[in-house]
Design a protein around this ligand. Structure first.
Ligand SMILES: [Zn+2]
Length: 215
């Protein structure tokens, strides 16, 4: 499967999962020292070869369509970790809703309520609000001091990295589900996972989770 075919398939999966309301969102994949990213206005459910734009990891436009204004956000995740080979940015409803509330903790906007969130996504901080397309969003995600594969952008949406496009889409779906469950349980006396259980899950699954520090 070519990178374009994988991007087209990933776009369809995001739409089918309900993560691209109003044709919002953008996706990218890394190829060598370049990335292929959806162009401005591309609809994730109707991507084709001409939908994409090629950028260097320095943010220089190399060829193709005019790149999404969120390209710096994608590049920020690629530059912080070579293991990030695909990035998904969505305005999925539950992630957006949770991004409009106070974060659960500094290291993760989303509490550890289910093992799957900890195993498949890991800590997901809330990055401060900036207007869509602000290049500083890329700096924020690149310089976040703890290990991350995903973040919420305040009052905006979510960004998720994966080892490939399938992995990034799976993770975006799991993140949306974790946000939905956090909202569903927000008004209840809910039971979070025990910190020791969280640490054990994170260690076993190689998932990022920094705090709290335990004996
Ligand atoms: Zn956006």
């Amino acid at each position: 499967m070519t990178a374009v075919d994988a991007l087209v398939a990933a776009g369809r999966r995001l739409v089918e999962a309900g993560l691209s309301p109003g044709s919002s969102g953008n996706i990218s994949a890394r190829e060598g020292d370049e990335i292929l990213v959806t162009g401005t206005g591309a609809e994730l459910g109707r991507l084709e070869a001409s939908s994409f734009s090629r950028f260097s990891l320095d943010g220089e436009h190399r060829s193709g369509a005019r790149g999404s204004k969120e390209t710096p956000l994608h590049i920020g995740l690629y530059r912080r970790d070579d293991a990030h080979r695909a990035v998904v940015h969505v305005h999925s409803p539950h992630a957006v809703a949770l991004s409009c509330t106070e974060p659960w903790a500094a290291h993760s906007a989303i509490p550890p309520l289910t093992p799957y969130f900890v195993m498949r996504v890991g800590q997901t901080p809330l990055l401060p609000y900036r207007h869509p397309g602000d290049p500083a969003l890329g700096d924020d995600v690149r310089s976040w001091p703890q290990p991350i594969r995903a973040a919420l952008l305040a009052n905006h949406g979510a960004v998720v990295a994966g080892a490939d496009l399938g992995d990034a889409v799976d993770r975006a779906i799991e993140l949306e589900e974790a946000c939905r469950i956090a909202l569903l349980t927000a008004a209840t006396t809910r039971r979070e996972l025990d910190p020791r259980a969280v640490r054990e899950l994170a260690e076993r699954w190689g998932s990022p989770w920094s705090a709290p520090t335990l004996d």
